[in-house]
Ligand binder design. Structure first.
Ligand code: NAP
Length: 262
């Protein structure tokens, strides 16, 4: 079954590269109009020009915004949806800096809470009108397997991801009667710039080779390989589609079996 998203408009955040970019490509490939959002204007402009178009009415665009400025973000998205309402929202941005929770400052927690939870909340509030009018809404949050099993040395991330997961579950219950679903995708190790950064940091901090670091990471992955961004994007696209109409309030790991909890 190939879902058809013709006539639906998706706003995909963190889409200039990595998982967000792959999600934009997957949703456009299913026929959705796609607006890509991130900070890098040149990358967004180039991507919007090359996203797939399956039918004559399909149109793509981009919006440059920093999720750290939630007021400006909300205003920019409200202006955009006034002309082109959104029915599919993919909440995604760069991951928080690593480090143990015990060393994190209060400001680090507050800043991460703003960029992850408050930005996502502003985006939901800015787009929900289009979902309600269409009688069709899909909110997919890209977070982390740490909501099931906290990950070592990601203290701030573990904390804020948990808050985002509980916010999403709460919204899922509130919005289900309106045919608006809210779900979380939890990527495992996925080949993106973020993963490269993590590997390089571990090489630098341990003095081990890149091969040794990758092997030790893969030892925890039953599938014995890293994911491609397109594999995470396929799960996002499914949850955004009509095929997932009765799925809401879930955490979906896309991690090659790495998470051991059910
Ligand atoms: N890759 C993995 O292995 C993995 C595993 C688990 C969880 N995750 C999580 O999944 C999410 C996406 O990961 P990824 O690997 O695709 O990351 P990535 O390659 O670093 O891409 C992050 C995207 O977010 C955008 N972004 C970053 N800061 C932003 C800001 N302040 N305002 C607006 N956009 C911003 C970036 O674009 P600009 O720089 O142009 O703004 C980019 O498009 C992250 O939260 C990450 O922690 C990833």
């Amino acid at each position: 079954m190939k879902p058809d998203l013709a006539g639906k408009h998706a706003l995909v955040c963190g889409a200039s590269r990595g998982i967000g970019r792959a999600a934009a490509e997957a949703l456009a490939g299913l026929g959705a109009d796609v607006t890509v959002l991130a900070r890098n204007r040149d990358a967004l402009d180039a991507l919007a020009r090359t996203l797939p178009k399956n039918h004559g009415a399909q149109r793509h665009g981009w919006l440059a915004a920093d999720v750290a400025d939630t007021g400006a973000l909300r205003s920019a998205v409200e202006a955009m949806v006034a002309a082109h309402p959104v029915q599919i929202l993919i909440n995604n941005t760069g991951g928080p800096n690593p480090g143990p929770a015990i060393d994190a400052s209060g400001d680090q927690f507050v800043d991460t809470f703003r960029r992850h939870l408050l930005a996502s909340h502003a985006l939901v509030q800015a787009t929900i009108g289009g979902m309600r009018s269409a009688g069709y809404g899909r909110i997919v949050n890209v977070i982390s397997t740490s909501v099931k099993e906290p990950i070592r040395n990601l203290g701030v991330s573990n904390t804020i991801r948990g808050a985002v997961a509980n916010w999403a579950k709460t919204l899922a219950t509130e919005l289900a009667p309106e045919a608006i679903t809210v779900n979380n995708v939890l990527p495992g190790f996925t080949r993106t710039q973020r993963l490269e950064q993590i590997i390089e940091e571990r090489v630098a901090s341990t003095g081990k080779s890149r091969n040794q670091i990758e092997s030790s990471m893969l030892a925890s992955v039953p599938a014995a390989r890293f994911a491609e961004a397109a594999e995470v994007a396929a799960a996002i696209a499914f949850l955004a589609s009509p095929a997932a109409s009765y799925i809401t309030g879930i955490n979906l790991p896309v991690d090659g079996g790495r998470t051991q909890s059910l």
